[in-house]
Design a protein around this ligand. Structure first.
Ligand code: NAP
Length: 490
């Protein structure tokens, strides 16, 4: 299947923090890929900015090296690479008062879309938004993109929202959660709302429970300092897992408009019931199988920060009453695996002999690795010898089904193009972020007050024993996160 590429209108995209990790690893390769597939128009310009002094040739070298490192396959096309570099320029701006704003203003054209991507520390979001305004660089049509984390708690998120809104209207603010740019996450919406098949079953009558897992095999990497002040709850649950939960649980929006979709997501967050401390398991990885422990890694022997969290969440509304959502995320786990598992209830009356080890009907939406969708279903075991049951899967891996791999998009490139198109559907609205913090804050405060230590788990394992018990005590079990342990994925 060949996907269509619709060029966007001419634009000036200013990327603050162009020399940083995110810009070099994701944003620049993403833009280059969009150029390669022909989505960037003649009038597309990218202006990189940071505090360092750089000549245009040095800047181009930095970009070229970044692309060779992070997009090696594509950057080998030197003509395309040079054409892309011609679209780029650099301006030195110090967001904390060192100047550079008038030079930036001179580079911008009056009659094209203006977007400002703040790929810098969140402490600079407010100062940059204010400077763009006071220097007359932001126009009423400009867009501002801010990275995660959006606040550390409700109070900081509110003050960040207020700071941004002093200088930009809500319709100009694009808060990134790159999970929303993933192909499968959007496919969840298509699956639910473009088919009549699922909607009659998408409720507590037919769905026993939902599991949302975002497991990482890597540790905290070079972000130890930041992570130790955040933990899995702030870093993953409040944003990424919450977004996945919302898209799975929300009511069908009346139309595919940014506010119609985001209104429905906010309603889900507001319907979340308080989570009992008994329904949450926090974990921290310890040394095992040649891996350092979390505390060694972050250099804080007394750290009580969780590198793993699992919880049972109930949504108090008509659709989901009695159907729990189990969330689980962690670092240094046995596999990298992000997926949503929708487990259907058993038939009310079974006429067949019991199938040993039967796991039941499940719809599995895989975000990574191997983005795709699997439906586990029960059939008759082939061959003679009576009617025995077997479980098989109907499987769609996007890389196979949408075979035009050259046009596969990374989440970042999709989201940047949405910014240029002015489509906020896949970005978080201010009230949505605040609602998620309002839900998360009391849970975090609860275990801080109790001076709770996270449960230890082996690096490279499946998380703390208690996380398994969270489902076992309800007569359920987690789906294995390691592909090698699963029989239902080819
Ligand atoms: P980083 O590697 O530390 O880069 C920061 C960038 O900001 C550099 O280009 C730096 O260049 C520039 N900068 C620092 N102080 C500045 C100032 N006063 N004025 C202007 N520019 C300044 O950070 P990063 O990892 O790319 O992260 C950027 C943002 O994305 C952060 O909000 C982070 O939380 C978020 N994020 C990152 C990732 C990731 O994978 N890296 C993932 C999700 C979210 P100079 O020092 O030369 O000025």
């Amino acid at each position: 299947m060949v996907s269509r590429v619709i060029p966007v209108d001419p634009f000036d995209l200013v990327i603050f923090g162009i020399t940083g990790d995110l810009a070099r690893r994701k944003i620049l390769p993403g833009l280059f890929h969009r150029a390669l597939v022909g989505q960037l128009p003649e009038g597309a310009r990218v202006i990189g900015s940071a505090r360092s002094d750089m000549e245009q040739s040095e800047f181009q070298d930095m970009v070229r090296n970044s692309l060779l490192e992070f997009a090696p396959g594509t950057a080998a096309d030197t003509d395309a690479l040079n054409a892309f570099l011609d679209k780029l320029s650099y301006v030195r701006v110090d967001a904390t008062g060192g100047g550079g704003w008038s030079e930036l203003a001179k580079l911008l054209r009056p009659d094209v879309i203006r977007a400002f991507y703040l790929s810098v520390s969140p402490s600079l979001f407010g100062p940059i938004a204010a400077s763009l305004n006071t220097h007359g660089i932001a126009t009423p049509q400009s867009r501002i993109v801010v990275e995660k984390p959006f606040g550390h708690d409700l109070e900081t998120a509110r003050s960040l929202n207020a700071e941004l809104r002093r200088n930009f209207d809500e319709h100009q603010i694009y808060r990134i959660d790159h999970y929303l740019g993933k192909e499968t996450v959007q496919n969840l919406m298509a699956l639910r709302f473009a088919n009549s098949l699922w909607e009659p079953l998408w409720n507590a009558t037919h769905i026993d429970h939902v599991q949302i897992t975002v497991a990482e095999s890597i540790g905290v990497g070079g972000r130890g300092d930041y992570y130790d002040r955040s933990g899995a709850m702030r870093d993953m649950v409040q944003n990424h897992l919450m977004q996945l939960l919302c898209l799975t649980a929300m009511e069908p929006p009346s139309k595919l408009s940014p506010n119609a979709v985001r209104d429905e997501k906010v309603k889900v967050i507001e319907a979340l019931e308080p989570v009992a401390q008994d329904d949450i398991v926090r974990g921290q990885y310890r040394q095992a199988a040649g891996n350092d422990s979390y505390v060694d890694h972050v250099g804080n022997p007394d750290s009580r920060t969780e590198s793993f969290v699992a919880m049972k969440v109930n949504i108090g509304n008509w659709r989901w009453a009695g159907t729990p959502f189990y969330l689980r995320t962690g670092k240094k786990l046995r596999a990298r695996c992000s997926e949503i598992v929708v487990m259907f209830r058993d038939p009310p009356h079974m006429i067949f002999p019991k199938l040993e080890g039967r796991r039941g009907n499940a719809l599995i939406i895989r975000l990574q690795p191997d983005e795709g969708i699997t439906l586990r279903t029960t059939i008759k075991e082939p061959g003679p010898g009576g009617l025995r049951l077997a479980e098989v899967t109907l499987d769609m891996t996007f890389a196979d089904a949408l075979s035009d791999g050259a046009e596969a998009q990374d989440a970042y490139e999709r989201l940047i193009m949405d910014v240029i198109r002015g489509d906020q559907t896949l970005f978080m609205r201010g009230d949505e972020v605040e609602a998620a913090w309002e839900w998360a804050d009391p849970l975090i405060a609860g275990w801080a007050e109790a001076h709770q230590r996270p449960h230890p788990y082996d690096a490279g394992g499946s998380g703390p024993e208690d996380a398994l018990m969270l489902l076992h005590r309800d007569g359920r079990r987690w789906r294995e996160m390691d592909r090698a342990d699963r029989k239902d994925i080819p």
